[in-house]
Design a binder for this molecule. Structure first.
Ligand code: ADP
Length: 544
């Protein structure tokens, strides 16, 4: 809520207090309360009232007393009765206002006016406030017994009091209405400020008049920078194919034209030029004649939903491709071997059986990785942490690699002393294996790797470098996500489901470390990961 709104509601409250106080004084009262009518018209359960010369606690006694007494109605709008002395004492008005034996004001000739010297009491008066629009509330006030107001002269027609009631009710009604409007304005302002969805409003010339904090977060623009600007120029909306959305497709203009615009998908630009998918709903505020006076756009960022959709379809195509290929090879070789009319020499037999075994291993690895990925997603990884000598582990993995692929040249840069780290040996071996497999897979021309290790104050860092195809800067941000395969031709001709780096990152982060890539397209990549040194290790609770 803005400062001016606070001021506004304070002013309105003062206005009601002044109206109530003036009315009570005009009616010859010393204190009182105006209670706004609620549905049950129960003054005690009403939370909306305005006090005059009474405190909250004394008012409770007065209202409790009145509740048990006769109530005014539109037929008999003023009810007066004498207050018990004990209540007068509780209200705390007797001493300050009038001495018990003070003389009453005189209205000569007015029947019912107490005789001189008899005034020692107070009266409560309840006035039924209503107008043509209905009941507004009750004005209860306390006055010295016999202190008549000018609206009660018997020679005046009954209309005088009714006229007063109508005027007072009209003044109070308009103040209450303004108060209700300010409350509504505050409620809407809170929704506008707190909403998670971007909300912006425009005038009929499509210039921005409101821009909520969610919009600021979404676009990077500050409200003060965009107010008064043409909203098209700020958001630069395009359709999903990248074509500019012309004015005829503008959600606001369509809403102005009476069309129902709900969840229209488009792409908008942030301040830094980044584009993202949004779903837009448009509506307008109309004048009394129904003509649009301003338009409202609610904008929901659906980039994440889009990514998930894309991930799902990538998953299906990658997995089906990765499953179908080995299955087809296994089936092909198996049916060849099963032919009764074919005879194979031992070497041909062995090579086919080897191929079947390799493809079965590939299938096994893929299924293993899929299970691994879903375990990570479901709730973290169980670790078996112990001090680990990284250079020893690296040497073991490299030795195995060279037995399997003797043509790969591996250069090792391991310093003579490296601190131990706290890690799960099998999992870190998996990370190393993934990085080495990738370095070979994505370096079709130069099968040369470099593995190095170094220690910093807190961590030990392992780096695997290749002189392969490299990864563009833009794609470097994606490769640690699930099922992300980048790099076009070479990648699509190599096996893989885009899970290795995702799993590696989960493992390294579960150790409290980091994994990252530095790469130049067509020159090669260096993947590095860090693990906390044994003496510094802390193991975070990782929730994926
Ligand atoms: P996979 O290799 O099974 O596709 P990864 O998660 O291991 O999955 O790698 C994700 C993607 O990152 C790869 O598809 C490839 O495009 C890219 N990538 C990974 N390592 C390298 C590398 N050393 N050189 C070039 N690109 C790489």
């Amino acid at each position: 809520m803005s400062l001016s709104q606070t001021q506004q509601s304070q002013d309105l409250h003062d206005q009601i207090t002044i109206l109530t106080g003036s009315a009570i004084r005009l009616l010859a009262g010393d204190a009182g309360v105006f209670v706004v009518s609620n549905e049950a018209f129960d003054p005690q359960s009403s939370t909306e009232y305005t006090l005059y010369n009474l405190t909250e606690s004394t008012c409770v006694h007065l209202l409790a007393y009145i509740r048990e007494r006769k109530q005014p109605t539109s037929a008999c709008p003023l009810v007066v009765d004498t207050l018990p002395a004990a209540l007068v004492m509780q209200l705390g008005i007797a001493d300050d206002t009038i001495e018990a034996d003070e003389q009453p004001p005189e209205y000569p000739g007015v029947p019912g006016v107490p005789a001189r010297g008899t005034l020692t009491m107070y009266e409560r008066c309840s006035l039924f406030l209503y107008d043509h629009a209905g009941v507004l509330g009750m004005l209860h006030y306390v006055r010295p017994a016999g202190a008549y107001s000018c609206f009660e002269y018997p020679e005046e027609p009954d209309g005088t009091m009714r006229l007063f009631i109508t005027h007072l009710a009209a003044g109070l009604r308009s103040a209450l209405k303004s108060q209700a409007l300010v409350k509504e304005q505050r409620r809407l302002a809170a929704i506008f400020q707190q909403s998670d969805e971007g909300i912006l409003t425009v005038d009929t010339a499509l210039r921005i008049i409101d821009f909520n904090p969610a919009m600021e977060r979404l676009t990077g623009w500050h409200e003060s920078e965009v107010l008064g600007r043409f909203y098209y120029e700020v958001l630069r909306p395009r359709d999903r194919q990248g074509n500019e959305v012309g004015l005829e497709g503008s959600p606001i203009l369509r809403a102005f034209a009476g069309q129902n615009v709900v969840n229209q998908e488009m792409v908008i630009s942030a301040r830094d030029g980044q584009r993202f998918d949004v779903s837009v709903t448009a509506s307008y505020v109309g004048s009394a004649k129904g003509e649009p006076t301003s338009g409202i756009l609610t904008i929901r960022d659906i980039t994440r939903e889009r990514e998930q959709e894309e991930q799902r379809s990538t998953f299906i195509s990658v997995v089906s491709h990765e499953l179908q290929t080995p299955i087809a090879i296994i089936k092909g070789y198996a049916s060849t071997l099963a032919r009764t009319d074919a005879v194979f020499d031992e070497e041909a037999l062995r090579s086919r059986l080897n191929a079947i075994e390799e493809e079965a291993d590939r299938l096994n690895k893929l299924v293993g990785n899929l299970l691994y990925a879903s375990r990570i997603q479901a709730g973290g990884l169980q670790m078996d942490i112990a001090p680990l000598d990284l250079p020893r582990l690296i040497e073991t993995v490299v030795h195995r690699l060279q037995v399997k692929s003797p043509d790969v040249k591996v250069e090792l840069n391991l310093p003579p002393y490296l601190p131990t780290v706290m890690a799960d040996r099998d999992r870190i071996e998996e990370v190393l294996q993934n990085l080495l497999d990738n370095a070979i897979k994505y370096s079709p021309d130069r099968r040369e790797l470099n593995i190095s290790c170094r220690a910093t104050g807190d961590e030990v860092i392992v780096s695997v470098s290749d002189a392969g195809m490299g990864i563009s800067l833009r794609e470097q941000g994606q490769i640690f996500e699930r099922f992300q395969r980048v790099g076009g031709g070479t990648t699509s001709s190599t096996q893989g489901a885009g899970l290795g780096l995702y799993i590696s990152r989960a493992i390294v982060e579960a150790h409290g470390g980091h994994i990252w890539v530095e790469s130049t397209l067509h020159q090669g990549s260096t993947f590095s990961f860090s693990l906390p040194r044994e003496e510094k290790a802390y193991l975070p609770m990782v929730v994926f």
